[in-house]
Design a protein around this ligand. Structure first.
Ligand code: ADP
Length: 329
């Protein structure tokens, strides 16, 4: 009911909504309305109440509920079912649990903070409260297992496009990171459940360091991690950014699963690649080799030239990549 009251107030914009109208439309008493308004205020909304006129919202908090995001969202199915949490262990773990229970394709699980955010290979992901976008998307694509590494690229391309729309020029560190001034501002963790020829579901975890201050980044990550705010000095509107990400993602994803079209995604990954043309280190199960990154293939593999001068195609998976001068250089 709180949600319904909030929706009515939001829809009226600057106009007052009378207590009588709320009471009639939602079938609640005047005292109940007063109670809900107080809860809405506790959530961080500033509500003006004037007798005989009613209520109106003066300002909304910087939170990522569906109510706050929906005006910017133009998707058909991605994020239309959005599960919002104040705090959670890991959005990917929660998404998995929900997907196992049959939660629908396109559902987004989002949390203002993660206390046990995860990276690849059991690594951790720092996710301080209200500072970033920490979310997971449940996907049920009808594609063969072999093609799932391309889904990670769709995510990276969508985030890259979305951040560019905010006026910040980032780069993609194939296959799953977005980098700004040689440090990571976004990581993507794709996990799946399925058999050899069939996918039950995929979880795409996206963590974006949006408004983290220097002090939010732990000492031991200073060389590898930064935020959009720390680099640009601009406070970024998370609601617009998240909607941009979901909008772009749906576009790229639909083209891919409907027509197998991954052209735009590859184009974005190639054009904004931080690796192409550089000497890099490939880390595969602890084994490090220095190679040269040449290109990203039309199917999303990293094309490299090895120490023997041979061309190889690397499929994203367990490989980690480092610049020879540090994380992304
Ligand atoms: P990589 O792609 O660099 O091989 P992962 O994708 O597994 O690594 O990401 C996990 C790593 O990212 C962690 O081990 C840590 O070094 C780093 N990290 C953790 N939290 C953050 C964050 N909020 N922003 C950027 N980097 C982070």
């Amino acid at each position: 009911m709180k949600g319904k009251v909030l929706k009515l107030l939001k829809e009226s914009g600057n106009e007052f909504v009378s207590g009588q109208r709320i009471s009639e439309e939602l079938g609640v008493s005047r005292t109940a309305i007063w109670k809900y308004i107080n809860i809405i205020k506790e959530d961080g909304y500033e509500v003006e109440a004037i007798s005989r006129k009613g209520y109106r919202i003066i300002s909304s908090p910087d939170i990522l509920t569906f109510e706050e995001i929906k005006d910017y969202l133009s998707t058909e199915y991605i994020g239309k079912n959005l599960i919002y949490c104040d705090s959670i262990g890991s959005t990917n773990s929660k998404a998995k649990e929900l997907a196992e229970g049959g939660e629908q394709h396109g559902t987004v699980i989002l949390s203002e903070e993660q206390t046990q955010g995860r990276g690849r290979l059991g690594r951790n992901w720092v996710s301080p409260k209200y500072k970033g976008i920490w979310m997971s998307i449940i996907l049920r694509p009808n594609i063969i297992t072999e093609n799932i590494s391309q889904i990670t690229l769709l995510g990276a391309a969508a985030v890259q496009k979305a951040i560019m729309k905010m006026g910040i020029k980032t780069s993609i560190k194939w296959p799953n990171d977005i980098v700004l001034n040689s440090r990571k501002v976004c990581g993507i963790l794709t996990e799946m459940s399925g058999e050899i020829d069939h996918i039950n579901y995929l979880i795409m975890g996206i963590g974006i360091n949006v408004n983290l201050d220097e002090k939010d980044i732990p000492m031991d990550l200073k060389d590898v991690a930064t935020s959009l705010f720390a680099e640009s000095g601009k406070h970024i509107d998370r609601k617009i950014l998240i909607a941009n990400v979901l909008n772009s993602f749906e576009e790229l994803y639909s083209a891919f699963v409907r027509n197998g079209n991954i052209k735009e995604t590859i184009g974005i990954c190639r054009k904004n690649s931080i690796l192409i043309g550089k000497e890099i280190q490939l880390i595969n199960r602890g084994k490090i080799t220095t190679v040269k990154a040449i290109d990203i293939s039309d199917t999303g593999e990293l094309v490299i030239e090895n120490a023997q001068g041979m061309i190889e195609h690397i499929v994203s998976g367990e490989v980690s990549i480092r610049g020879i001068y540090g994380y992304g250089q």
